[in-house]
Design a protein around this ligand. Sequence first.
Ligand code: FAD
Length: 288
Amino acid sequence: MPALELAEPDTLEEAFALLADDEGARPMGGGTALMLMMKAQLFRPAKLVSLRQISSLSGFSLSEDRTHIRIGAMTTFSALEQSPLIARHLPVVTQTMKTLANVRVRNVASVGGNLAHGDPHLDLPPVWTALGASVRIVGAAGERVIAAEDLFLGYYETALVQGELISEILVPVRPDWHFFYAKVTTRAEHDWPALGLCVGLRAEGDRIADTSLVLSAAVDRPTRLTGAEDVLRGALLSDATLAAAADAALAEVHIESDGRGSAAYKQHLLRVHLARAVRHIMQGSAGA
Ligand SMILES: Cc1cc2nc3c(=O)[nH]c(=O)nc-3n(C[C@H](O)[C@H](O)[C@H](O)COP(=O)(O)OP(=O)(O)OC[C@H]3O[C@@H](n4cnc5c(N)ncnc54)[C@H](O)[C@@H]3O)c2cc1C
Protein backbone atom coordinates (compact mmCIF):
# COMPACT_ATOMS: atom_id res chain seq x y z
CA MET A 1 0.00 0.00 0.00
CA PRO A 2 1.48 3.45 -0.91
CA ALA A 3 2.46 5.67 2.06
CA LEU A 4 0.10 8.48 3.01
CA GLU A 5 1.75 11.77 3.92
CA LEU A 6 0.12 14.08 6.48
CA ALA A 7 1.09 17.76 6.34
CA GLU A 8 0.04 20.28 8.99
CA PRO A 9 0.83 23.78 7.67
CA ASP A 10 0.52 26.83 9.96
CA THR A 11 -0.45 29.31 7.27
CA LEU A 12 -2.69 29.46 4.21
CA GLU A 13 0.33 30.19 2.00
CA GLU A 14 2.01 26.95 3.14
CA ALA A 15 -1.22 25.07 2.49
CA PHE A 16 -1.52 26.52 -1.04
CA ALA A 17 2.07 25.43 -1.77
CA LEU A 18 1.36 21.89 -0.53
CA LEU A 19 -1.83 21.60 -2.60
CA ALA A 20 -0.69 23.34 -5.77
CA ASP A 21 -0.75 21.26 -8.93
CA ASP A 22 -0.83 18.03 -6.94
CA GLU A 23 -3.89 15.96 -7.85
CA GLY A 24 -2.92 13.48 -5.12
CA ALA A 25 -3.12 16.09 -2.34
CA ARG A 26 -6.36 16.81 -0.50
CA PRO A 27 -7.17 19.41 2.17
CA MET A 28 -8.52 17.95 5.40
CA GLY A 29 -10.92 19.63 7.84
CA GLY A 30 -12.22 17.23 10.50
CA GLY A 31 -11.49 14.25 8.26
CA THR A 32 -14.87 12.58 8.97
CA ALA A 33 -15.99 12.39 5.32
CA LEU A 34 -12.46 11.81 3.97
CA MET A 35 -11.89 8.81 6.24
CA LEU A 36 -15.18 7.21 5.17
CA MET A 37 -14.32 7.70 1.49
CA MET A 38 -10.82 6.30 1.98
CA LYS A 39 -12.15 3.30 3.91
CA ALA A 40 -14.63 2.62 1.10
CA GLN A 41 -11.65 2.93 -1.32
CA LEU A 42 -13.46 5.63 -3.28
CA PHE A 43 -10.13 7.42 -3.53
CA ARG A 44 -6.59 7.17 -2.16
CA PRO A 45 -4.89 10.53 -1.68
CA ALA A 46 -1.09 10.52 -1.48
CA LYS A 47 -1.05 13.56 0.80
CA LEU A 48 -3.54 14.99 3.30
CA VAL A 49 -3.10 18.66 4.15
CA SER A 50 -4.69 19.25 7.55
CA LEU A 51 -6.05 22.79 8.02
CA ARG A 52 -6.23 22.44 11.81
CA GLN A 53 -3.15 24.57 12.65
CA ILE A 54 -4.16 27.55 10.48
CA SER A 55 -5.49 30.01 13.06
CA SER A 56 -7.10 32.36 10.50
CA LEU A 57 -9.59 29.57 9.64
CA SER A 58 -10.93 29.28 13.20
CA GLY A 59 -13.52 31.14 15.21
CA PHE A 60 -16.69 33.03 14.46
CA SER A 61 -17.99 36.48 15.34
CA LEU A 62 -20.69 39.05 14.73
CA SER A 63 -19.55 41.90 12.48
CA GLU A 64 -19.18 45.33 14.10
CA ASP A 65 -22.19 46.66 12.19
CA ARG A 66 -24.14 43.54 13.34
CA THR A 67 -25.22 42.73 9.77
CA HIS A 68 -23.57 39.31 9.48
CA ILE A 69 -21.74 36.52 11.26
CA ARG A 70 -18.38 35.36 9.92
CA ILE A 71 -17.69 31.70 10.57
CA GLY A 72 -14.18 30.35 9.94
CA ALA A 73 -13.99 27.16 7.86
CA MET A 74 -12.37 25.13 10.67
CA THR A 75 -15.14 25.94 13.16
CA THR A 76 -16.51 22.65 14.46
CA PHE A 77 -20.20 21.82 14.59
CA SER A 78 -19.99 21.47 18.39
CA ALA A 79 -18.67 25.03 18.68
CA LEU A 80 -21.68 26.30 16.72
CA GLU A 81 -24.08 24.05 18.63
CA GLN A 82 -22.94 25.37 22.02
CA SER A 83 -22.70 29.04 21.07
CA PRO A 84 -25.14 31.56 22.61
CA LEU A 85 -24.25 33.96 19.74
CA ILE A 86 -25.39 31.42 17.13
CA ALA A 87 -28.49 30.48 19.17
CA ARG A 88 -29.46 34.14 19.35
CA HIS A 89 -28.82 35.23 15.76
CA LEU A 90 -29.02 31.98 13.77
CA PRO A 91 -31.34 29.73 15.83
CA VAL A 92 -32.02 27.50 12.82
CA VAL A 93 -28.34 26.42 12.92
CA THR A 94 -28.68 25.43 16.59
CA GLN A 95 -31.91 23.59 15.72
CA THR A 96 -30.23 21.71 12.85
CA MET A 97 -27.41 20.48 15.11
CA LYS A 98 -29.87 18.55 17.30
CA THR A 99 -30.24 15.78 14.70
CA LEU A 100 -26.94 16.11 12.83
CA ALA A 101 -24.80 12.94 13.17
CA ASN A 102 -23.58 12.33 16.72
CA VAL A 103 -21.46 14.20 19.24
CA ARG A 104 -18.22 12.45 18.16
CA VAL A 105 -18.69 13.64 14.58
CA ARG A 106 -19.88 17.12 15.62
CA ASN A 107 -16.76 17.56 17.79
CA VAL A 108 -14.45 17.37 14.77
CA ALA A 109 -16.47 17.96 11.56
CA SER A 110 -15.80 21.44 10.20
CA VAL A 111 -18.02 23.99 8.49
CA GLY A 112 -15.61 24.21 5.52
CA GLY A 113 -15.27 20.44 5.05
CA ASN A 114 -19.02 20.06 5.18
CA LEU A 115 -19.50 22.66 2.45
CA ALA A 116 -16.68 21.33 0.26
CA HIS A 117 -17.89 17.72 0.46
CA GLY A 118 -20.83 18.45 -1.89
CA ASP A 119 -23.02 15.57 -0.65
CA PRO A 120 -26.65 16.64 -1.24
CA HIS A 121 -27.81 14.76 1.88
CA LEU A 122 -25.89 17.02 4.29
CA ASP A 123 -28.09 19.06 6.63
CA LEU A 124 -26.28 22.40 6.78
CA PRO A 125 -25.88 23.34 3.07
CA PRO A 126 -29.64 23.93 2.54
CA VAL A 127 -29.70 25.96 5.76
CA TRP A 128 -26.78 28.21 4.71
CA THR A 129 -28.41 28.61 1.28
CA ALA A 130 -31.79 29.64 2.72
CA LEU A 131 -30.04 32.05 5.10
CA GLY A 132 -28.49 33.77 2.06
CA ALA A 133 -24.90 33.00 3.10
CA SER A 134 -21.79 33.64 1.01
CA VAL A 135 -18.65 31.53 0.91
CA ARG A 136 -15.11 32.96 0.74
CA ILE A 137 -12.83 30.83 -1.42
CA VAL A 138 -9.07 31.43 -1.29
CA GLY A 139 -6.19 30.14 -3.39
CA ALA A 140 -2.67 31.00 -4.49
CA ALA A 141 -4.13 33.19 -7.26
CA GLY A 142 -6.37 35.26 -4.97
CA GLU A 143 -9.83 35.02 -3.48
CA ARG A 144 -13.48 35.17 -4.50
CA VAL A 145 -16.77 35.31 -2.62
CA ILE A 146 -19.73 33.40 -4.05
CA ALA A 147 -23.29 32.75 -2.89
CA ALA A 148 -23.58 29.42 -1.05
CA GLU A 149 -26.12 28.25 -3.64
CA ASP A 150 -23.51 28.74 -6.42
CA LEU A 151 -21.00 26.49 -4.65
CA PHE A 152 -23.01 23.34 -5.34
CA LEU A 153 -22.90 22.16 -8.96
CA GLY A 154 -24.26 18.62 -8.61
CA TYR A 155 -23.86 15.31 -6.84
CA TYR A 156 -20.54 15.66 -4.91
CA GLU A 157 -19.57 18.45 -7.32
CA THR A 158 -18.64 21.96 -6.23
CA ALA A 159 -17.26 25.13 -7.80
CA LEU A 160 -13.89 24.60 -6.02
CA VAL A 161 -10.87 23.87 -8.21
CA GLN A 162 -7.66 22.04 -7.19
CA GLY A 163 -5.70 24.12 -4.71
CA GLU A 164 -8.63 26.29 -3.61
CA LEU A 165 -9.85 26.32 -0.02
CA ILE A 166 -12.97 27.58 1.69
CA SER A 167 -11.76 30.05 4.31
CA GLU A 168 -15.06 31.24 5.80
CA ILE A 169 -18.79 31.57 5.42
CA LEU A 170 -20.55 34.92 5.83
CA VAL A 171 -24.11 34.66 7.08
CA PRO A 172 -26.46 37.67 7.07
CA VAL A 173 -28.26 38.44 10.31
CA ARG A 174 -31.90 39.21 9.52
CA PRO A 175 -33.90 39.62 12.73
CA ASP A 176 -37.24 39.99 10.91
CA TRP A 177 -36.87 36.59 9.20
CA HIS A 178 -37.68 33.20 10.77
CA PHE A 179 -36.21 29.90 9.57
CA PHE A 180 -37.02 26.24 10.08
CA TYR A 181 -35.16 23.17 8.82
CA ALA A 182 -37.22 20.01 8.29
CA LYS A 183 -35.01 16.92 8.26
CA VAL A 184 -37.24 14.09 7.08
CA THR A 185 -35.73 10.68 7.76
CA THR A 186 -37.35 7.33 7.15
CA ARG A 187 -35.42 5.55 9.93
CA ALA A 188 -33.78 7.10 13.05
CA GLU A 189 -33.95 10.90 13.33
CA HIS A 190 -30.12 11.22 13.17
CA ASP A 191 -30.04 9.21 9.93
CA TRP A 192 -29.46 10.67 6.48
CA PRO A 193 -32.58 12.51 5.28
CA ALA A 194 -34.86 11.32 2.48
CA LEU A 195 -35.73 14.99 2.17
CA GLY A 196 -34.32 18.17 3.69
CA LEU A 197 -36.22 21.42 3.46
CA CYS A 198 -35.17 24.78 4.86
CA VAL A 199 -37.89 27.42 4.92
CA GLY A 200 -37.22 31.09 5.64
CA LEU A 201 -40.05 33.60 5.97
CA ARG A 202 -40.60 37.26 6.71
CA ALA A 203 -44.18 37.76 7.80
CA GLU A 204 -46.33 40.88 7.96
CA GLY A 205 -49.38 39.85 9.96
CA ASP A 206 -51.01 36.95 8.10
CA ARG A 207 -49.17 37.85 4.91
CA ILE A 208 -45.97 36.17 3.76
CA ALA A 209 -43.95 39.26 2.84
CA ASP A 210 -40.88 37.33 1.64
CA THR A 211 -39.58 33.80 1.61
CA SER A 212 -36.61 31.59 0.85
CA LEU A 213 -37.15 27.84 0.24
CA VAL A 214 -34.35 25.33 -0.26
CA LEU A 215 -34.77 21.61 -0.95
CA SER A 216 -32.00 19.04 -0.41
CA ALA A 217 -31.40 15.27 -0.20
CA ALA A 218 -34.19 14.42 -2.69
CA VAL A 219 -32.30 16.36 -5.39
CA ASP A 220 -28.65 16.33 -6.51
CA ARG A 221 -27.73 19.61 -4.77
CA PRO A 222 -29.35 22.16 -2.41
CA THR A 223 -31.92 23.77 -4.72
CA ARG A 224 -33.84 27.02 -4.31
CA LEU A 225 -37.55 26.52 -5.03
CA THR A 226 -37.96 29.87 -6.76
CA GLY A 227 -41.33 29.02 -8.36
CA ALA A 228 -42.81 28.11 -4.99
CA GLU A 229 -41.24 31.24 -3.47
CA ASP A 230 -43.03 33.34 -6.11
CA VAL A 231 -46.37 31.75 -5.18
CA LEU A 232 -45.89 32.44 -1.47
CA ARG A 233 -44.38 35.93 -1.72
CA GLY A 234 -47.06 38.49 -0.86
CA ALA A 235 -49.76 35.83 -0.30
CA LEU A 236 -52.04 35.33 2.69
CA LEU A 237 -51.57 32.01 4.47
CA SER A 238 -54.25 29.53 3.34
CA ASP A 239 -54.56 25.86 2.34
CA ALA A 240 -54.99 26.93 -1.30
CA THR A 241 -51.78 29.01 -1.26
CA LEU A 242 -49.80 26.19 0.33
CA ALA A 243 -51.16 23.68 -2.21
CA ALA A 244 -50.26 26.03 -5.09
CA ALA A 245 -46.74 26.50 -3.66
CA ALA A 246 -46.28 22.71 -3.42
CA ASP A 247 -47.51 22.29 -7.03
CA ALA A 248 -44.97 24.90 -8.16
CA ALA A 249 -42.18 23.23 -6.16
CA LEU A 250 -42.93 19.81 -7.64
CA ALA A 251 -43.00 21.26 -11.16
CA GLU A 252 -39.55 22.84 -10.83
CA VAL A 253 -37.45 19.96 -9.43
CA HIS A 254 -36.65 16.44 -10.51
CA ILE A 255 -36.90 14.03 -7.61
CA GLU A 256 -35.30 10.57 -7.97
CA SER A 257 -36.19 7.30 -6.26
CA ASP A 258 -33.44 5.81 -4.08
CA GLY A 259 -32.97 3.62 -1.01
CA ARG A 260 -34.69 6.21 1.17
CA GLY A 261 -37.93 6.21 -0.79
CA SER A 262 -39.61 6.33 -4.17
CA ALA A 263 -39.90 9.59 -6.09
CA ALA A 264 -43.67 9.59 -5.46
CA TYR A 265 -43.14 9.18 -1.72
CA LYS A 266 -40.62 12.03 -1.58
CA GLN A 267 -42.93 14.25 -3.64
CA HIS A 268 -45.60 13.60 -1.03
CA LEU A 269 -43.10 14.43 1.74
CA LEU A 270 -42.28 17.73 0.04
CA ARG A 271 -45.97 18.68 -0.18
CA VAL A 272 -46.60 17.82 3.49
CA HIS A 273 -43.44 19.33 4.97
CA LEU A 274 -43.55 22.54 2.94
CA ALA A 275 -47.05 23.29 4.28
CA ARG A 276 -46.11 22.21 7.81
CA ALA A 277 -42.93 24.33 7.93
CA VAL A 278 -44.65 27.46 6.58
CA ARG A 279 -47.52 27.09 9.08
CA HIS A 280 -45.05 26.40 11.90
CA ILE A 281 -43.13 29.62 11.20
CA MET A 282 -46.23 31.77 10.59
CA GLN A 283 -47.77 30.62 13.88
CA GLY A 284 -44.49 31.21 15.76
CA SER A 285 -43.79 34.61 14.23
CA ALA A 286 -47.31 35.85 15.03
CA GLY A 287 -46.38 35.84 18.70
CA ALA A 288 -42.75 36.95 18.22
C1 FAD B 1 -21.10 8.60 11.41
C2 FAD B 1 -21.42 9.84 10.61
C3 FAD B 1 -22.72 10.35 10.63
C4 FAD B 1 -23.04 11.51 9.91
N1 FAD B 1 -24.31 12.01 9.97
C5 FAD B 1 -24.58 13.18 9.35
C6 FAD B 1 -25.88 13.78 9.44
O1 FAD B 1 -26.81 13.27 10.07
N2 FAD B 1 -26.08 14.96 8.79
C7 FAD B 1 -25.08 15.58 8.08
O2 FAD B 1 -25.30 16.65 7.53
N3 FAD B 1 -23.85 15.05 8.00
C8 FAD B 1 -23.59 13.87 8.60
N4 FAD B 1 -22.33 13.34 8.50
C9 FAD B 1 -21.37 13.94 7.59
C10 FAD B 1 -20.57 15.01 8.20
O3 FAD B 1 -21.37 16.15 8.34
C11 FAD B 1 -19.43 15.30 7.24
O4 FAD B 1 -18.61 14.16 7.24
C12 FAD B 1 -18.64 16.49 7.70
O5 FAD B 1 -19.42 17.64 7.68
C13 FAD B 1 -17.45 16.75 6.82
O6 FAD B 1 -16.66 17.73 7.48
P1 FAD B 1 -15.13 17.45 7.76
O7 FAD B 1 -14.55 18.68 8.32
O8 FAD B 1 -14.92 16.20 8.55
O9 FAD B 1 -14.64 17.24 6.25
P2 FAD B 1 -13.40 16.39 5.71
O10 FAD B 1 -13.70 14.94 5.79
O11 FAD B 1 -12.14 16.87 6.32
O12 FAD B 1 -13.43 16.87 4.19
C14 FAD B 1 -14.53 16.64 3.33
C15 FAD B 1 -14.17 17.16 1.93
O13 FAD B 1 -13.94 18.57 1.97
C16 FAD B 1 -12.59 18.90 1.58
N5 FAD B 1 -12.23 20.00 2.47
C17 FAD B 1 -12.18 19.98 3.83
N6 FAD B 1 -12.01 21.23 4.31
C18 FAD B 1 -11.94 22.07 3.24
C19 FAD B 1 -11.79 23.47 3.08
N7 FAD B 1 -11.70 24.33 4.12
N8 FAD B 1 -11.77 23.98 1.82
C20 FAD B 1 -11.89 23.17 0.73
N9 FAD B 1 -12.03 21.82 0.82
C21 FAD B 1 -12.07 21.28 2.07
C22 FAD B 1 -11.81 17.60 1.74
O14 FAD B 1 -10.68 17.54 0.87
C23 FAD B 1 -12.87 16.56 1.37
O15 FAD B 1 -13.00 16.49 -0.02
C24 FAD B 1 -22.01 12.17 9.18
C25 FAD B 1 -20.70 11.66 9.17
C26 FAD B 1 -20.40 10.52 9.87
C27 FAD B 1 -18.98 10.00 9.85
